[in-house]
Write a protein that binds this ligand. Structure first.
Ligand SMILES: [Mg+2]
Length: 394
């Protein structure tokens, strides 16, 4: 079944014997992990967290394990990815996320079997360490003065940039007073970080085209590094209309679930930074391919990363060997502390940068099921971006 040579005693097939999905309540979202075991005694971990449907992903992981994964070699990443994606037919966020959880765990196993980090298997490392930008740092800050103080504290840690959504629960066409309030918050943050820290704004697809252009023009004095999803990214023509009218870089891509959908998005020539999510696209290898497609259009990538420690570790591995990597999104220092207990070695920025681990696989050591089980599925873990006060859940 598997074209993997097993005749040489030194080569292990690492046939998968067991896949266990875990849903872990982590304050404002549940994260999903797949723990994958092999007949060689090597185990790996992957992450399939998806905005707000964790149990659906966990069920899909179980189903995929039964249909495709049990009995396959952990080295059959390309074949298994295509097998799952094509046969599942109605692919999309849930199937892709389940595939990603399994795929990341396969890379972790392969790296451990070969005693090499994953980046060494995908081109080798290019950097000494990885600049990061902070997110979720502003949960308790509401007034401009509070935002300025919180932003200054982030900048002091050494991050290259910081990101936030200053628009509250705004919808397609906010009132002038709502826009003014957001502009005041951005002004305060720029004041707090000074001229050299990048200010990134995420609008989470809130606006109409007209409102988006208006807001972006009002924010021009604050020298934004990027404006992310000023309108929803499903309609590429509408997104491009905003891109043409604004000065800030247009960032998008976290909801683009495959390299096939990417063609139409990039053909607008209006995307300035692409933000693939390694879970939403189906794993590390698909992320590598998408980064190369972006590079062919001279577009840098910044992998979307709001979830748990395994997804962060996977992003760090891919960042390390990606020529058009720009900076890594990081929630780590503004997240639940237990994220550092789920793994033997969970990534955490130091001085606003990620170190690149030289441990094998994803560099995380062993997954700790006992910790995962201590934080079960939480029905209320949710971040409704169109209901007031959502950021307080950070
Ligand atoms: Mg975003």
């Amino acid at each position: 079944m598997n074209p993997i040579p097993t005749s040489k005693a030194t080569r292990r097939a690492c046939r998968i014997t067991k896949v266990t999905a875990y849903v872990v309540g982590m304050r404002w979202r549940n994260c999903v992990f797949a723990h994958v075991e092999t007949d060689d005694g090597i185990a790996g971990v992957g992450e399939g967290s998806l905005e707000y449907q964790p149990q659906a992903v966990a069920a899909a992981i179980d189903q995929l394990a039964h249909r495709y994964v049990i009995g396959s070699s952990a080295f059959s990443i390309e074949r298994l990815f295509n097998d799952m994606l094509r046969n599942e037919f109605m692919r999309g966020p849930i199937i892709n996320s389940a595939i990603a959880a399994i795929e990341m765990a396969m890379w972790d196993i392969v790296g451990k079997a070969l005693d090499r980090p994953v980046y060494d298997l995908l081109g080798g490392r290019m950097y000494d360490r990885l600049p990061a930008y902070a997110n979720a740092w502003y949960g308790q800050a509401k007034t401009p003065a509070e935002m300025e103080k919180a932003a200054a504290a982030v900048a002091k840690k050494g991050y290259r940039g910081l990101k936030f959504d200053p628009f509250g629960d705004s919808g397609r066409d906010p009132a002038a007073s709502e826009i003014r309030k957001a502009v005041d918050l951005v002004a305060a943050v720029r004041q707090g970080v000074g001229p050299d820290v990048e200010v990134l704004i995420d609008a989470h697809g809130r606006f109409s085209v007209g409102a988006a252009v208006d807001v972006c023009q009002k924010l021009e004095p604050y020298n934004l590094y990027w404006m992310e999803e000023p309108v929803d990214a499903d309609n590429h023509g509408a997104l491009a209309a905003v891109g043409r009218a604004i000065k800030a870089r247009l960032a998008t891509g976290e909801r683009c679930t495959s390299r096939y959908l990417l063609q139409s998005l990039l053909s607008t020539n209006e995307v300035d930074v692409l933000q693939p999510d390694l879970i939403h696209v189906g794993g590390i290898l698909e992320g590598k391919k998408i980064a190369a497609i972006a590079d062919a259009a001279y577009i840098p990538v910044s992998f979307h990363n709001p979830f748990g420690p395994v997804a962060t570790a996977a992003a760090v591995q891919l960042d390390a060997c990606t020529s058009n990597f720009v900076m890594q999104e990081s929630f780590c220092e503004y997240d639940v502390e237990m994220r550092f207990d789920l793994l033997e070695h969970a990534p955490k920025p130091v001085g606003g940068h990620y170190d690149i681990p030289d441990r094998p696989g994803l560099g995380v050591g062993e997954f700790r099921p006992d910790v995962a089980l201590a934080y079960p599925f939480d029905k209320d873990a949710f971040l409704p971006l169109f209901k007031s006060g959502w950021a307080e859940r950070f």
